[in-house]
Design a binder for this molecule. Structure first.
Ligand SMILES: [Zn+2]
Length: 108
């Protein structure tokens, strides 16, 4: 049950996660709802292989409702200098995520 996947499989999976986000970016413009589906697939894949979603991609989907976040379209991105964080708001459900910058975050 708790067998870990071989490294090559994880690498392949993380490549597919990246590719799914690329597809989400492309299909998001067509407004077919496929972008959210790609995000869902990418998250399921990452969970299945116990690989994290790369930091640069973590701001591209809503953890709350799972929709693909495209800055200026389905999300708003604001920089808060006072708290040194990028604040991303999901336009679909209003969920707010903060991404601190300029300091080292302790690994979770
Ligand atoms: Zn949301």
């Amino acid at each position: 049950m708790r067998r870990t996947k071989p490294t090559w499989q994880k690498e392949l999976a993380s490549e597919r996660v990246k590719r799914l986000f690329e597809l989400a970016e492309e299909s998001h413009l067509e407004k077919t709802g496929m972008a959210d589906r790609y995000v869902q697939l990418a998250r399921e894949l990452a969970m299945h292989y116990k690989i994290g979603i790369p930091r640069q991609l973590r701001s591209r989907f809503c953890r709350e409702c799972g929709s693909y976040l495209s800055p200026g379209s389905t999300s708003t991105v604001r920089t808060r200098k006072s708290i040194k964080a990028v604040v991303i708001t999901c336009k679909k459900c209003g969920n707010i995520t903060r991404f601190p910058y300029g300091r080292r975050k302790q690994p979770v």
